[in-house]
Ligand binder design. Structure first.
Ligand code: CDP
Length: 710
């Protein structure tokens, strides 16, 4: 089947199995127990083949070609891609006083929503209509994919994404299980259900990250960053199947360093096939932004250390200044707003920065290791605009439909699909804010392609920047029509009408007015001659730019030198996501993101042994932090820089803390180890890895070694 990245993927393996956990057969039965028994009865005669588990092996001389099913695929390289100014960057490095270098691995991780993926396909022979209930974050794209793959007419396909539990990016791609249930239903003409179990979810669907990053920074001795070079090797597993904007092969990795005023930069990227389940999913992330910001903030810390400069001062000196917006980043993005230094100041005050540095010195003299890590970043949220962002050629915009019934109650539908982010609340709030209809009189519906207008789905924190904007725009269309109705009811011209929330009135006689509800009734009972009846509309919103929220995450930790165990002392988060529609939801998003960041930094890994066996296929190995392990977070909302182009000034927030958080924790541990010569410990910073670094004064790189029980 075609993938969302112009590759092909086996639904079921035929001659060659390319990763552990790849689907080889499909069994249909009346109940799951019979199906399981039937699976047991399938005897597959596997012949062991050479195995490739990382990009280095993938590009080694003589490496076996994993995708020998593809024409014109002589090796394991999927793509090479570069952006920026290579020659200019070379010149910047020639002028540097100091060159700082860093290499790291962002390990494979898994979004691991508690609820796995699944689908129920129901093909009705009488109507020729296919209805599929499925766990998808992007129902309309799935409908198009099914139409193209199954060669069914698009209008005879209905995709329903009900409450699917968590998504986190795991539920964007098309998985073989979905395809099998659809084909089986068409063939058998009855509903067919597929549901993953937890291990299936953890070893075969939705992997993220797995990227080797190295780079260097050209620095002037006073601390000015002159240029950056970055290279990355991305391990995509056996199929390139995650969603990517067509133009950018490695997602938005080139958003790295967007917060800093750097004259020139160059990025080279290479994607490779390996014998692992497909990876590269944007786990709570805008197409590789997580990797970009992690590398950025680890690199910035290393550079400040190499210069012997204060971490906060180095950042402040190099930030894009408030007055310099709009700012073109050296890798091609246009950032448009922010108050970076102010956010940093709020964070430093909250963490009591100066005081902590003194305590750190004092503790060190008594053999205690305290550390402080800063992560500051702006990230691009809300793909796209359609000029630059498409998936398989389909432009990235969104839409919203609003129907105001005659009694003034309303229903709003969008092409997004909430997975717990609270669209039901926030979209109703937007309409309430635009029209003055109480939020409790507004119902929000999403996720059914037969009723919802088109949308590219909910991932990459694009709901508020794109679908949310469409909701505001459609409400404004409704208000424009209601104004005409008000003029008719008040028997004045439109120009003589004023608007206050929920009510139009005559400018010269403010007591003479009509409510939005009265206008709604008039749309069905008393409209002016020539006016189309009804009060409903649809808006398609193509954002002029991405939104650029800014965040400061600061963590303090204590490392136990005897065991390598590190405890979080405090975490401060300052998020500027523009106008907050619902502050409580925003705080929930930040806390959830920080929890995932802490898990990635501290405890989570899924790795592979030399034979390609996945280690970490259950929650005994792949740890999810509970409330018990999760530290407390202090959140700050005092800096608000409205987005200049979003209709209500909002910027995305959903993924910020998961993107920016990991570097704060890792930087804090590395800071605690300062003076030992340790520059890097790759995530997760398990106690034995921290202990090894501390004891042997050396970096600890790569995925954690595989546990063997024998
Ligand atoms: O696409 P997704 O919903 O995951 O991300 P988002 O739109 O960036 O933010 C997550 C949720 O936070 C939204 O669905 C809104 O409910 C809320 N939000 C808000 O209230 N104000 C903002 N400025 C941004 C998001």
């Amino acid at each position: 089947m075609p993938t969302l990245s112009y590759d092909t993927q086996a639904v079921l393996a035929t001659d060659k199995v390319r990763f552990q956990g790849q689907e080889v057969a499909c069994v249909i039965a009346d109940d799951p127990y019979i199906a399981k028994d039937a699976c047991e009865a399938i005897d597959v005669d596997y012949e062991p083949l050479p195995v490739i588990v990382n990009p280095k092996q993938a590009v080694a001389d003589g490496a076996p070609v994993i995708r020998d099913d593809k024409e014109n695929q002589p090796d394991n390289v999927i793509y090479t891609w570069e952006v920026g100014d290579a020659a200019g960057t070379d010149r910047a490095f020639e002028q540097a006083d100091v060159i700082s270098r860093l290499q790291l691995h962002y390990p494979r991780s898994h979004p691991s929503p508690i609820e796995c993926c699944g689908s129920i396909a129901d093909f009705n022979r009488a109507t020729s209509k296919l209805t599929v209930y499925m766990t998808t974050q992007a129902p309309h794209i799935i409908r198009a994919a099914v139409a193209l793959v199954a060669e069914l007419p698009e209008h005879m396909i209905r995709i329903i994404s009900p409450d699917i539990g968590g998504g986190f990016g795991n539920k964007v791609p098309v998985y073989p299980g979905y395809v099998c249930s659809i084909l089986a239903s068409i063939l058998l003409e009855r509903p067919v259900k597929w549901i993953e179990d937890k291990t299936g979810n953890l070893i075969s669907t939705g992997f993220a990250r797995d990227i080797y990053l190295d780079g260097e920074m050209a620095l002037r001795s006073d601390g000015k960053i002159l240029g950056v070079r970055m290279h990355c090797d991305a391990d995509h597993g056996a199929f390139f199947s995650d969603a990517q904007p067509s133009k950018f092969k490695i997602g938005l990795l080139h958003s790295a360093f967007a917060a800093y005023d750097i004259p020139v930069a160059h990025l080279r990227a290479r994607g490779t096939y390996t014998n692992k389940a497909p990876g590269g999913v944007a786990y709570r992330c805008s197409f590789r932004v997580t990797e970009a910001m992690f590398f950025q903030e680890r690199m910035v810390q290393a550079a400040a250390d190499d210069l012997g400069m204060d971490q906060a001062a180095f950042r402040r000196m190099n930030f894009v200044r408030d007055e310099d917006f709009p700012h073109r980043t050296p890798l091609g993005f246009l950032t448009d707003s922010g108050q970076y230094a102010k956010c940093l100041d709020v964070g430093l005050r909250a963490i009591n920065y100066e005081e902590f540095r003194k305590q750190q010195e004092e503790a060190r003299s008594r053999g205690r290791l305290l550390g402080l890590g800063i992560s500051t970043m702006t990230e691009p949220l809300g793909a796209g605009n359609s000029r630059e962002y498409d998936i398989l050629g389909i432009k990235m915009f969104d839409s919203a439909e609003l129907k105001v019934h005659m009694t003034g109650k309303a229903i709003v539908r969008t092409g997004a699909r909430t997975q717990g982010q609270g669209h039901e609340t926030t979209w109703a709030q937007i309409v309430a804010h635009e029209l003055g209809i109480p939020a409790e009189d507004i119902v929000v519906e999403e996720g059914d392609t037969d009723t919802a207008p088109f949308g590219m789905g909910t991932y990459a924190s694009r709901s508020t920047p794109v679908a949310g904007a469409a909701v505001a725009m459609v409400a404004r269309k409704i208000r424009a029509k209601a104004r005409k109705l008000a003029a008719h009811l008040l028997e004045v011209s439109e120009e003589d009408i004023e608007w206050e929330l929920g009510r139009f009135y005559v400018r010269s006689a403010p007591d003479r007015g009509v409510t939005i509800q009265e206008c709604a009734m008039a749309a069905y009972s008393n409209m002016p001659d020539g006016m189309e009846p009804g009060l409903e509309n649809t808006a398609y919103y193509d954002p002029p730019n991405l939104t650029w929220p800014f965040a400061v995450y600061i963590a303090t930790v204590e490392v136990d030198p005897a065991s390598g165990v590190w405890d979080v002392l405090s975490v401060v988060a300052v998020d500027d996501c523009g106008v907050r529609i619902n502050p409580m939801i925003v705080e929930g998003q930040i806390m959830g993101g920080l929890t995932e960041a802490y898990a990635m930094a501290n405890m989570q890994f899924i790795t592979f042994d030399a034979e390609g066996n996945c280690v970490g296929s259950n929650y005994m190995d792949y740890l999810l932090p509970t409330a018990w392990e999760t530290p407390g977070f202090e959140l700050h909302s005092e800096v608000v820089t409205p987005c200049p182009h979003h209709p209500i000034g909002a910027k995305g927030i959903g993924e910020c803390a998961a993107v920016g958080g990991p570097a704060a924790f890792v930087n804090a541990v590395i800071d605690a180890l300062s003076g030992t010569g340790v520059r890097n410990i790759d995530m997760p910073l398990l106690p034995d890895r921290v202990w090894e670094a501390l004891t042997h004064h050396r970096d600890v790189s790569g995925a954690p070694p595989v546990r063997t029980d024998d």
